[in-house]
Design a protein around this ligand. Structure first.
Ligand SMILES: *Cc1c(COP(=O)(O)O)cnc(C)c1O
Length: 344
């Protein structure tokens, strides 16, 4: 399979916008920049940001062990996911496959892009039903979304099942690894070279503690990255975001420490939930949240809200009847949660 054959004809033919900063890249200090119609008076943000986010990518490259040419950054992974739709899915013709219960944005983005959705429920133990997925796929099924660890269930998908889908699905497989830093399983970015149809998306919004700056990443072959680069808005990651990301990514030790604290707290939270009378099942988690089944999710949700604790009610999701999703907070926040659960 040549993955470029899956790209929309109009996108393949596109001549991308060439920005001032694309055309002159070197930034020697003594140059006079009169090419981008910026206000010349220095205030820290009067210049356009680096359209290729070279410094941020360099740090990520070191951290993740992936060459810069295999990554694309976006305004949150939501922008990255939208770019993937626009690169591969012809409106009103193509379709995508999602595996509910899962992240809601895949369907929303499909609707925005006029792309139809084929849904194949996860199995009872929240794993992809590979045969059903391959059966339902047709020649217009361009994207298959695998969220692993999955939101809202919290589990990782079996690597054998993912590998089978990567080899047998005839479109692009997008593995959303928003929660990978909390998982035991290795990231699929390590195997990019084996699968030309693989795109892995990650984010700085969860483990890296930067939801507020909006920075998402996709990792893929250079060919796919080139296509996504051609269609992204020229300055899609703003200067303040780049500066803040650089600052945080340099402090890897702090991030590692926070992740460890969240993992310890996840274990403690699961133990405490076992002692709550109305909790009937706690699902295994490879993420920074825990899904649990209770007697009456909407009632418990409302009771928690009235006591000042906000969690997520997932009861309307398929296979998640009466399920609540608890994000792991600080030790203090988790104590408040548990004390409140004991009270209601
Ligand atoms: C939170 C989350 C994201 C993150 O999206 P951003 O736009 O990067 O904040 C992506 N995918 C899943 C499954 C998530 O839960």
């Amino acid at each position: 399979m040549n993955v470029l054959d899956l790209v929309r004809p109009s996108i393949k033919a596109l001549k991308p916008y060439s920005s001032a900063r694309d055309e002159f890249k070197g930034v020697p200090k003594d140059m006079v920049f009169l090419d981008a119609n910026e206000n010349p008076f220095e205030n820290g943000v009067n210049r356009y940001p680096d359209p290729q986010q070279t410094t941020v990518k360099g740090l990520l490259s070191k951290l993740k062990g992936i060459p810069v040419e295999n990554m694309l950054l976006g305004n949150g992974s939501d922008e990255v996911l939208d770019l993937i739709y626009r690169a591969f899915c012809e409106p009103n013709i193509d379709n995508i496959i999602t595996l509910p219960p899962t992240y809601g944005m895949y369907s929303v983005l499909a609707n925005i892009n006029a792309v139809s959705i084929k849904k194949v429920l996860l199995s009872e133990d929240f794993q992809p039903q590979v045969d059903k997925i391959l059966d339902i796929a047709d020649s217009n099924s361009k994207l298959l979304f695998l969220c692993s660890p999955n939101n809202p269930t919290g589990n990782s998908f079996s690597s054998e099942l993912i590998e089978k889908l990567l080899t047998e699905f005839k479109g692009v497989v997008v593995i959303d690894e928003a929660y990978i830093d909390f998982a035991d399983t290795p990231s699929w970015i390590e195997r990019l070279n084996e699968f030309p149809n693989l795109i892995v998306t990650q984010t700085l919004s969860k483990a890296y503690g930067m939801a507020g700056i909006r920075l998402g990443v996709s990792y893929a072959s250079k060919e796919i990255i080139q296509v996504l680069n051609n269609i992204k808005p020229p300055y899609n990651v703003n200067e303040l975001t780049q500066q803040r990301a650089i600052e945080q990514l340099k402090d890897e030790a702090k991030i590692k420490e926070q992740i460890q604290s969240i993992l310890d707290e996840r274990t403690a939270l699961i133990e405490e939930l076992k002692g709550i009378s109305f909790v009937s099942e706690i699902y295994p988690s490879d993420a920074n949240f825990v899904l649990a089944k209770v007697d009456d999710a909407t009632r418990r949700y409302d009771e928690l809200i009235s006591k000042g604790v906000v969690i997520r009610n997932r009861t309307t999701q398929p296979l998640c009847e009466n399920c609540l999703r608890f994000t792991v907070g600080t030790p203090k926040e988790n104590k408040v949660l548990i004390n409140t659960l004991k009270l209601i």
